[in-house]
Design a protein around this ligand. Structure first.
Ligand code: PRX
Length: 665
């Protein structure tokens, strides 16, 4: 991992950036001492600490028990009752801020909309009534497979209003991936659109849903609601499909919120793991609400007049927490965009910053590296003087990219918050606070209040400063994942509570009981700063998207020509990592260029275009240890074009290595 190695080297770097005095003076947390006090109190007096934070929300029933922690099963704000849609919308409208813009939406091709908090609240209630009219009740699951349009957050909040559990599936996923997720969640209803725009082309969302549902493959689905977005021709199943407009027609714009127990599941979001089957990560209502709102406020240092823009897609957790829930809970104005950063031109992002006078900008290192390549003249041709704070997420940021971001986009004036977290953590766990933390480029710096990370060795003992180990979190935080979804969760009586316990325990808790295993490697330096190096399990971070090597492998072996495959990450200057696949073919089949293209295409169809291998190489056999384990380290070296070194005596067949190296040269 190029970026990861950079990050590690940088842990010895000395260049640091103090919070600019003007930033600190105005910040919610205005000094390092204030941060230290806050962090200490959060660990010493969690009851008092979270009482103060959570008192700012609307509770139908206040909580009296902060936490139940029966490792590894956590509950937060245990006996409270609330509704996240009320805290994101009604609360602001009732306080007289209904006219404030919730989202500036910038679509393709040139479409724009401005939606106030009052508008969004009305849309949410109307759509919630439409869902009710379809017979949906609290605990039912709905899959949202939608473009980046304001109806997506509206649909999420409408589900939340009723206690219906949403599962957003990223619009880049294929029919097969939709089918797996719909079936795992047992969704009764899907919300989609005829299409979505990307670089002037229509992504056929409805056709992909049709493909997933074909031949009765998703028996739980009763209804598909279709938003008209692109006007592209689509097939129609009159018994199953209904237009969004028809579904909401005549529905009142008033829908009382469900009074939900704190632990009621809010959503399921599927993420890649080390096996081929994606995990349905479950987040619970109150803990997620409090934590995403509080992290948004302190880390992005939000105030009423901010215009905040996170460039992620809502199909990933970043969009859930920091485009929708955490941001709306703070009542600030967000920007949402549809399409791509280079359409209609490579300065699209900077044109949007200029147009809406964006103050806080949050994106991924892979995007920053792309902007570096496209050239400084794009941002320099736009007025970026409104920006006051920058953020990154999704993968380690190499110091060069960090420094470019700071100099060219932030014009030396804006702190950068490098935020480390995961789908499972729900919110940001390791991060600078802009008015408090001295920045070191490439380090996510220090834990957020309530969070106690540790770098440990295989034996669970803390690693000495400066040495690599496994990143673990010592205690639960409010938005800890509650489990991996299985049937029955959220139904009255909660028969499925905590879901697939076995997989949950095995994946996150078994190695170090009572501590959450992140799956990332990290170093802590002498100042206590955390440098996250990257995944230590078999998942890849490709352009900030987490992809399991096992998923790509099973997509490959589902092709009739393939006997066996091994997938590893290769360093990539833009995406951080790219996918490299080694494939053996069934007897007699020849590894032609056409077959190579066909297999790449096949992975795209099975998982989604973003999961296609960049390198696909045929080989007679895969290098394996005597016990039959694929030697991934060796394949990673080959994929990276590195000299294959190390102890080869464990190789089952040295000729395999020789053949691969011959290929390489
Ligand atoms: O490896 C870490 C990396 O992204 C992983 C989580 O991926 P996902 O669940 O898809 O969520 C991404 C957005 C929150 C982590 O295990 N990662 C995320 N943020 C950072 C990071 N690595 C280094 N620095 C970060 N700031």
């Amino acid at each position: 991992m190029a970026a990861a190695q950079d990050a590690h080297h940088a842990s010895q770097a000395t260049q640091t950036f103090d919070p600019p005095p003007a930033v600190a003076a105005a910040a919610h947390v205005p000094s390092f001492e204030a941060y230290q006090r806050l962090h200490r109190r959060s660990l010493d007096d969690p009851e008092g600490f979270w009482r103060e934070v959570s008192d700012q929300f609307v509770w139908f029933k206040p909580w009296t028990t902060l936490q139940e922690w029966n490792p590894p099963f956590a509950k937060w704000f245990v006996d409270g009752e609330t509704n996240i849609s009320v805290n994101c919308l009604d609360r602001h409208v009732e306080a007289g801020r209904g006219d404030r813009v919730a989202y500036y939406w910038e679509g393709e091709p040139g479409d724009t909309r401005t939606i106030t908090y009052a508008d969004l609240l009305a849309d949410v209630q109307q759509f919630a009534n439409a869902l009710k009219a379809q017979g949906l009740r609290a605990g039912d699951r709905v899959v949202l497979y939608m473009p980046m349009v304001p109806e997506l957050p509206a649909a999420m909040l409408a589900c939340a209003r009723l206690g219906v559990v949403h599962s957003v599936v990223f619009g880049g996923f294929s029919s097969d991936a939709i089918r797996d997720r719909v079936n795992d969640a047992g969704a009764r209803l899907i919300v989609t659109a005829d299409g979505g725009w990307r670089r002037g082309r229509v992504i056929p969302l409805k056709a992909n849903v049709d493909g997933a549902l074909a031949n009765g493959a998703c028996p739980s689905v009763e209804r598909v609601i279709v938003l008209r977005r692109c006007g592209n021709p689509i097939d129609w199943d009159a018994a199953r499909d209904v237009w969004w407009d028809d579904a909401v027609a005549g529905q009142p714009a008033n829908c009382p919120p469900a009074h939900l127990p704190a632990e009621h599941p809010l959503y399921i979001l599927y993420t890649s793991g080390t096996t081929g089957k994606p995990k349905g990560v479950v987040h619970a209502t109150a803990g997620y609400m409090v934590y995403t709102a509080y992290t948004s406020k302190l880390i992005f240092d939000l105030r009423g007049d901010d215009v905040y823009w996170c460039t992620a897609d809502i199909g990933w957790v970043t969009g859930h927490s920091y485009i929708v829930y955490g941001i709306l809970a703070n009542g600030v104005t967000g920007v949402m965009y549809e399409g791509a950063p280079n359409h209609p031109a490579e300065d699209r992002f900077w044109a949007i910053v200029e147009k809406y006078k964006v103050t806080v900008f949050y994106t991924a290192p892979t995007a920053i590296r792309t902007f570096v390549r496209w050239g400084d003249h794009h941002p320099q041709g736009r007025d970026l003087s409104s920006l006051r704070l920058l953020g990154t997420v999704g993968e380690p940021i190499n110091p060069d990219a960090w420094l470019w971001y700071h100099r060219v986009i932030g014009q030396g004036r804006c702190p950068i918050v490098d935020t480390w977290w995961q789908t499972e953590t729900g919110g940001i766990l390791i991060t600078p606070l802009p008015g408090a933390t001295t920045l070191k480029p490439g380090s996510a710096t220090l834990p957020f209040p309530g969070v106690e990370p540790q770098v440990v060795g295989e034996d669970g003992q803390p690693m000495p400063d400066g040495q690599r180990g496994l990143l673990v979190i010592e205690r639960p935080w409010p938005s800890t994942l509650r489990g991996i979804y299985t049937e029955g969760w959220g139904q009255p009586g909660h028969p499925g509570e905590f879901g697939d316990r076995e997989r949950f325990v095995e994946t996150y808790w078994e190695k170090f009981p009572g501590r959450y295993l992140t799956g990332d490697g990290a170093v802590r330096d002498a100042d206590g700063y955390f440098w996250v190096i990257g995944r230590v399990d078999d998942t890849l971070s490709v352009a900030g998207h987490r992809i399991g090597t096992a998923e790509v492998e099973s997509a490959l072996v589902s092709h009739p020509a393939v006997a066996e495959s091994a997938v590893v990450g290769a360093p990539d200057p833009i995406a951080g990592e790219s996918i490299a696949a080694f494939v053996t073919l069934r007897g007699g089949i020849e590894g032609t260029d056409e077959l190579q293209a066909e297999l790449t295409q096949h992975v795209g169809q099975t998982l989604g275009r973003f999961a296609r291998p960049k390198l696909l190489r045929f080989t007679d056999a895969l290098p394996k240890t005597r016990s039959g384990k694929i030697m991934r380290r060796l394949l990673r070296d080959v994929a990276a074009g590195r000299e294959v070194a190390g102890d080869t005596t464990t190789l089952e067949d040295l000729s395999v290595l020789a053949a691969l190296r011959g290929d390489e040269e």
